[in-house]
Design a binder for this molecule. Structure first.
Ligand code: MRU
Length: 347
C-alpha cells in the first residue's frame, strides 16, 4: 500500500512522497531533505490535493526547523523559508493552514512543532472518513437507487489526502455500502489527475469506472447517465463559493440543468472564512507547457499563446451540498457558512 506523504526521522529528518507525476506507470518515492526540494515538489505536483498540501505544510515547517538547525539559520532566514512553503501554491487553503498551524507552536520548540504536524497528518484520515459517512448518508437520503451513478473530477482520493479521500471517500463509502453504480471519471486536463490518479485508485479499490474526456461530462450528465456529481475543493469561501480544479464549474452548470445534485466534499480546513466570496480566491495560473507539450512532443503550434488557469470557482447557488466533517450544508437553503462559523466558534 502506498503512502502519499510520510515524515521520517532517520537517517536524517525528511519527508517521503510518492511521486504523483510518475503514476500510474511508475510507483516512485522521493526523499525530501530541504525546503527548496519541498517547494519544487509542491510546485510540480509531486504532492498535490488540498488535504495532502495541508500535511505537506505542517511537515514543511518541521523540515525548515530541522534544516535550520543543521545549517544554523538565523530567525529571519527560518521565517523566509517557512513563507516559501506557505506561498508556493496559492489556491488550496490547506497549504497555508497547515503551515500556520504547525508554525503557531514554533515558540515551544521542535518537539511541539513535530507533534502539531503529526496531529494534522493523523486527523486528516478521521475527518475524511467522517465527511464520507455524512456525504453518503445525504446522497442515500436524496437518491433512492441502490446503485448510485457518480461523476467526479480531478483526484480527491488517498493520494490527495493521507489515506481515505474526500469526494473519493464518499464514493468509497457508497461502494462499501454496496450502493455504488458506475463511476464516470473526468480525465482532467491538462495534467490528467482523473485518468492517471483517480482511475489508479479506483482500480486498486476494485471500483467499476470509466474515464471520459472532460468535454464529455455535460452530455453524460444531461444524457441521464449519472445521479450525482461529487467533487473536492481547494478553497470554500464564507458564502459557499468553491474553488476547485478547472473543469468543476462546467459540471455544476450541467448538473443544475439536469436537476441532479452537485456535491462539494472537503475537510473544514479548506473553508476560508476570511474570504467572503469566490471572487477573492487566487486562481493559480500554470505554465503554457502543460497545455502545449506536456504529454507529447508538442500538441500545439510551437509558441502558441496558452491560457492555463488551474482552478475555477463554482458559485454557491450551483452547489447542492457542502459536506464537511462537521455536517452537510446546503447553500441554496440555509446560508451555509454562517452555520459553519457557529460550529467553529463552538470548537
Ligand atoms: O492541482 P491539483 O491536482 O492540486 O488540484 C487538486 C484539486 O483540485 C482537488 O480536487 C482538490 O485539491 C481537492 S483534493 C481532496
Amino acid at each position: 500500500v502506498h503512502a502519499t506523504i510520510e515524515w521520517l526521522d532517520k537517517p536524517r529528518p525528511h519527508i517521503r512522497l510518492i511521486d504523483q507525476t510518475a503514476l500510474p506507470s511508475r510507483e516512485l518515492y522521493l526523499e525530501i531533505f530541504t525546503v527548496d526540494e519541498l517547494v519544487d515538489a509542491i510546485k510540480r505536483l509531486v504532492v498535490r490535493g488540498a488535504p495532502a498540501l495541508g500535511v505537506a505544510g505542517g511537515f514543511g515547517v518541521l523540515l525548515a526547523l530541522s534544516q535550520g538547525n543543521r545549517e544554523s539559520w538565523p530567525a529571519d532566514r527560518l521565517e523566509t523559508e517557512i513563507a516559501k512553503v506557505r506561498h508556493c501554491r496559492p489556491t488550496a487553503a490547506n497549504l497555508a493552514w497547515g503551515v500556520d498551524r504547525a508554525n503557531s507552536v514554533a515558540g515551544l520548540g521542535y518537539e511541539a512543532v513535530r507533534a502539531e504536524a503529526f496531529a494534522i497528518f493523523h486527523e486528516d484520515d478521521a475527518k475524511n472518513r467522517e465527511l464520507s459517512r455524512l456525504g453518503a448518508d445525504w446522497i442515500q437520503e436524496k437518491i433512492s437507487s441502490s446503485s448510485v451513478r457518480v461523476i467526479t473530477h480531478c483526484n480527491t482520493g488517498a493520494l490527495a489526502a493521507t489515506g481515505w479521500g474526500t469526494a473519493y471517500g464518499i464514493i468509497r463509502e457508497l461502494h462499501e455500502r454496496q450502493s455504488l453504480g458506475l463511476v464516470y471519471v473526468d480525465e482532467t486536463r491538462p495534467l490528467l489527475q482523473g485518468s492517471r490518479l483517480t482511475s489508479w485508485e479506483l482500480t486498486q479499490d476494485g471500483i467499476d469506472h470509466v474515464i471520459q474526456v472532460d468535454g464529455a461530462a455535460a452530455s453524460t450528465i444531461l444524457g441521464g447517465l449519472v445521479d450525482v456529481a461529487i467533487i473536492g475543493a481547494d478553497r470554500i469561501t464564507a458564502n459557499g463559493d468553491t474553488g476547485n480544479k478547472i473543469g468543476s464549474l462546467p459540471l455544476a452548470l450541467a448538473c443544475a440543468r439536469a436537476s441532479i445534485p452537485f456535491i462539494v466534499a472537503a475537510p473544514f480546513s479548506t473553508v476560508d472564512l476570511r474570504m467572503e466570496t469566490g471572487d477573492e480566491i487566487a486562481i493559480e495560473e500554470r505554465g503554457a507547457d502543460e497545455v502545449s507539450s506536456y504529454w507529447a512532443e508538442g500538441t500545439t503550434v510551437p509558441g502558441v499563446k496558452v491560457f492555463n488557469p488551474a482552478f475555477d470557482v463554482t458559485p454557491n447557488d450551483l452547489i447542492s451540498a457542502i459536506v464537511t466533517e462537521f455536517g452537510v450544508f446546503e447553500p441554496s437553503i440555509s446560508r451555509p457558512l454562517a452555520r459553519i462559523s457557529e460550529l467553529v466558534d463552538d470548537r
